[in-house]
Design a protein around this ligand. Structure first.
Ligand code: FAD
Length: 396
């Protein structure tokens, strides 16, 4: 019988891994992908749904390509438990799936307990995150539509590392773009637990100052510790409370719950250290962890592009091991993150990361970086094509 790889999570990391395991093994490895959602919904571009220039349908891709074109067995379910010793996973349905190798790309868990009152406010639908694209993305858009002109949208950002370093700043631009057109007396207030804008700082600050005038206010070193949804207030560790009409509070994050539960998140109890040659967990053999859930090397962002890159290195390492081939001794990763500052104009940051054997880690290749000089429409077209290309790469 051929080896079986169980892939947990059909997001950027998992979907790519499932497809490339089939391609690289010449369809010989059996691949089972377990994912609870009906379709893939992309976080990249989802800020445009909040800004109003795109819809959820624009960022949704079916899983059918993986089964039809690549013979991946796609199971709509959740993995409830993993037994790394017996190499078995138990699904929500109770079904038990044995595996030779397991690929785990569960994304992030939002740590609601990190902000007092947030879990309850979230359950009531009053304070949203929309940090996993889907119905909540649309719900946040509705809150902004319902907000009267002259209101304040408050976005709080947790300490790094979190999913998508430039994502919150892009979102601030998108909301400002909507307000500028529809509610010009309104305000965007960004409260960042970090000492400064974590990514593309000078570019974002220029856009806020020049394109959006006084509409966007940015305050660093504001760590949110509590919310009072009824009063529309956010409380901070040190500074005074702020009041807002729409509160978008992003709590601290860690590896997806199943990774933590399986005992793989041994870095501060939050992220999963891996052997960067194969992305195999350092805590459990035969389990390869990808994407946002891993403990990153310096300079590696938690991005969809990175998760896609991890997946290819891991898939190649798994197929090599199953065939008794020597692993690739020098894998490389690439990353480009585009940010839309309005419906059309975009800035990007790019990097290349190489495995350095002597230090067993990835390092940014000197001189490989790229950064826009100013937002422009050409990069807006590149960004949209980047999205369509990576969705096809992972799912078609
Ligand atoms: P995900 O893509 O989140 O996939 C995880 C999957 O696992 C989900 O489908 C989930 O349902 C499933 N899952 C979880 N637990 C289980 C379980 N127990 N059993 C079965 N399935 C499970 N990145 C970029 O590269 N470019 C961008 O422009 C960009 N923009 C962004 C904008 C926003 C607003 C946000 C929030 C993120 C953005 N990102 C961007 C980051 C990107 O979305 C993530 O880095 C990427 O999704 C990580 O991939 P992943 O596979 O780790 O997790």
């Amino acid at each position: 019988a051929h080896a079986r790889v169980l892939v947990v999570g059909g997001g950027y990391g998992g979907a790519t891994a499932a497809k490339y395991l089939r391609l690289l093994s010449d369809q010989k490895v059996e691949v089972v992908l377990v994912e609870p959602n009906d379709a893939f919904v992309s976080c990249p571009i989802s800020n445009l749904v909040i800004g109003g220039s795109r819809t959820l349908a624009d960022i949704t891709v079916p899983y059918a390509g993986l089964s039809t074109f690549h013979g991946v067995r796609v199971v709509k379910d959740t993995v409830a438990r993993i037994d790394p010793t017996a190499r078995k996973a138990t699904l929500g349905s109770g079904a038990v799936v044995g595996y030779d190798k397991l690929v785990l790309s569960p994304g992030i868990e939002l740590m609601f307990d990190g902000v007092a009152g947030l879990r309850e406010a979230q359950l009531q639908g009053r304070v949203l995150q929309a940090w996993k694209a889907g119905p909540e993305t649309v719900a946040l858009r509705r809150q902004l539509e319902a907000m009267p002109d002259g209101g304040t949208y408050v976005l709080t950002i947790p300490e790094a590392p979190y999913r998508c370093p430039p994502g919150p700043y892009e979102r601030a631009c998108q909301v400002a773009s909507y307000f500028k057109a529809a509610k010009p007396r309104s305000k965007v207030l960004v409260l960042d637990a970090n000492p400064d804008v974590t990514s593309k700082g000078a570019l974002f600050k220029k856009v806020w100052a020049e394109q959006y005038g006084g509409m966007v206010e940015y305050r660093p070193q504001h760590k949110a510790v509590a919310v009072d949804a009824a009063a529309g207030r956010v409380k901070f560790e040190i500074q005074d409370d702020v009041r807002g009409d729409v509160l978008n509070v992003l709590p601290p994050q860690r590896a997806g719950a199943i990774a933590v539960q399986t005992g793989l998140a041994t870095a501060n109890g939050r992220w999963c250290p891996v052997d960067y040659l194969s992305f195999e967990s350092t805590a459990a053999r035969h389990i390869h962890v990808l994407g946002d859930a891993i403990q990153i090397a310096p300079g590696m962002p938690k991005s969809g592009h990175m998760a896609n890159s991890h997946a290819k290195v891991a898939a190649a390492a798994i197929v090599a091991e199953l065939n008794g081939w020597a692993p690739n001794p020098a894998p490389m990763l690439t990353n480009t993150c585009y940010s839309f500052v309005d419906a059309k104009n975009v800035v990007h940051v790019a990097s290349v990361h190489e495995y350095v054997a002597a230090e067993k880690t990835f390092k940014t290749v000197a001189g490989s970086g790229g950064l826009s000089t100013a937002p422009n429409e050409m990069e807006g077209r590149y960004a949209w094509n980047w999205a369509r290309t990576i969705w096809a790469d992972a799912l078609a």
